[in-house]
Structures are given as C-alpha cells and as structure tokens.
Design a protein around this ligand. Sequence first.
Ligand code: SF4
Ligand code: SF4
Length: 262
Amino acid sequence: MLASARAQRQAILDTPLAPLAQQTVALQDWEWVAKLQQAATELGADLFGITPMREEWIFEGHTVTQRWIIMIGVAHSFDAMKTAPASYAAAEVVRQYGRGSRIAKGIASLIREHGHEAQPHGGPMAGPMVLIPPALACGFGELGKHGSIINRQFGSSFRLACVLTDIPLVADRSDTFGADDFCVNCRVCVDACPPDAIFASKQLVRGAQKWYVDFDKCLPYFNEAMGCGIWCCHVSMEQAWRRIESGRKDGGTPSIEASCRK
Ligand code: SF4
Ligand code: SF4
C-alpha cells in the first residue's frame, strides 16, 4: 500500500508542467486570484491562500526570486490517520503529499498556459523554503504548541504544497481564532510525546517567543517508529473531530474552535 502510494506520488512529480505559452495574457490581480482560487477548488484543494514571499522563509544556500507564494492545503482522511502508526496512515500521508503536488502543478500549469512563469513545490521536500510560515501568513491557521498549524476546520490534519510566481496577486490575511490561547493551558501533546520533544511553554526562536519542538529529540523517535503514532495533535484531534462532526449534523458551522479539549 505504501509502495503504491509512493509510486503514484512519483508519477505526479514526473508529469511535466504545461509549456510556457508564447503569448502573455495580462490579467488584473483580482482576476488572477479568482481564476486560481476556482482552479484550486476544481483540482481538489481544501485550503488556498496567497502571501508575498519573505526572505526569512528561504533556506540558506537557496534562492527564490518570485514575489508571491500561493499556498495549497490538502486534508487527510481522519479515519486513515487514526490507524497510525500502521502503514495505512503512512500511505495516507504520501497520498496527500501527492495530491498537494498534483494541485500545485495544475495551478502552475494554468499560469504557464497564460504565458507567465510559475514553479510548483510539494512536500515533504518542499523546495527552497519552509512552508508553515507562509501558510500561517495567508490564513491557514495558528501555530500550535506541537509545532504544526491548527486550522479552524481541519485541525492539524492536512499537508501543504505551494506555487511560486510573479503574476500580480492579492495577499490574504492571517487567521486568529483562539488556538494559541488554548495551547497555553493545554498540555495534551506535551504529555503524549514519547521523547518529550514538545516544550510546554514558548521559547525564544530567532528573536521571537514561539511554540517550539526539539527536533533533535523528535526525529530519531519519528524515524525509528516510521512515523509517530501519537502524531502530535492526533490525541486530542479525535475529540475535536467528533465535535466538528456533531456541529455538521446539527447544521452548525464546522469549527475547530479551541480544538484540543480532552
Ligand atoms: S494538544 Fe493542546 S497544546 Fe498541543 S497543539 Fe493541540 S491544543 Fe495545543
Ligand atoms: S511527531 Fe511524535 S515524537 Fe515528534 S513531536 Fe510530535 S508527538 Fe513528539
């Protein structure tokens, strides 16, 4: 199952982008946003956002010249992720990385068909920059104590991909809905993390107080276990998901709210 998911993802990565059209189509920024948002939805994206590229997001030794980063989010099947650390959950992660890459490539191809350059990147090797900070900047959610984004609809159960481009676009706003405040008094992920990699309080990271995960502790465990059965917010996401589902059944707006109440 895992091998098949990897093969499918590789086939997506090997698919060439649309050729760059000779004729350039000039659109207004808001026209581009509407066109790309619609395309992302049709291609199956669960989250879509735009933010200007920032120097501090680029890995040392890499170069990004494009002005904009278009972010894509794709949600996991929660039932599949609940089976972690079984390989079914690992295959689901690979499937969603593949889906994110396919959508990013579709959007990049659309831009190229209009005569403009665009560069897609899908996780987990997301190219020359980090993806969580631009995803936070364009409204995908707040940074949780477990070091991942908490989105108001999908919690932390989604993956990221992106497209870099210079076409005129409009930036989205960040989204604050109380997750950071909730994390202050919650320690579900801290207590659940086997190697004690999640700090209970914010740490000073490059001059700012942030939630922080010690990856020197996390990664050896994560790699040895072929993933992490705790999967950070997974423990508490189950309860949150039930609340979201009951909100849906009640006709209410699905919301992660302060998601991780035990
Ligand atoms: S489990 Fe609690 S502390 Fe950890 S990320 Fe979720 S809400 Fe924040
Ligand atoms: S992935 Fe697992 S080991 Fe790593 S920080 Fe999360 S709970 Fe801890």
